[in-house]
Design a protein around this ligand. Structure first.
Ligand SMILES: [Zn+2]
Length: 161
């Protein structure tokens, strides 16, 4: 989000040079810069003891390919806490050994994705209303179940390598 108006006082912002950052929207009323904002999401793949990967279909999403467990971070949370919370909320699984893989910019949504893989001892899903289906995939099948060229495809590859 690029701030044309100050979200606190409603005044129109003016561009101000801020060192290395270049021109940044500035509120002269509140005397503060308003840097562009974007959402940060966590995206995870969970591995079971057999080495299978959990992928899901979202109730509100496209149904052709599978995706990872993802969600928005909440204020006050670490990315690790958010990743574990989303896994529990969406597929009802207690995950452990969370490992950060990489971050990726989701161009279409304008979001920063923080990508993880985790492990679990349990294999039984308990789905939230947001999830229409969850399935364990052997690694090779997981690669084929996700959209080619997507961030989740990179997460799957990084999780099994
Ligand atoms: Zn202001």
């Amino acid at each position: 989000m690029h701030f044309t108006y100050c979200p606190d006082c409603g005044q129109k912002t003016v561009p101000r040079q801020m060192g290395d950052d270049g021109a940044v929207p500035y509120c002269e009323g509140c005397k503060k810069p308003l840097f562009d904002m974007f959402s940060t999401c966590v995206l995870s793949v969970v591995k079971n003891p057999a080495g299978q990967l959990a992928l899901i279909r979202q109730s509100y999403g496209q149904q052709e390919t599978f995706v990872g467990v993802a969600g928005y971070m909440k204020p006050g949370e670490t990315a690790e806490e958010a990743a574990l919370r989303e896994i529990t909320e969406e597929i009802g699984i207690a995950a452990k050994n969370l490992r950060f893989l990489f971050s990726a910019w989701h161009e279409k949504r304008g979001q920063l994705m923080l990508c993880f893989c985790a492990e679990t001892d349990s294999t039984v899903f308990s789905l939230s209303d947001e999830v229409s289906e969850a399935r364990w995939f052997p690694p090779a099948d997981a690669c084929r179940a996700v959209r080619s060229g997507s961030i989740i495809e990179r997460v799957v590859h990084a999780s099994i390598s």
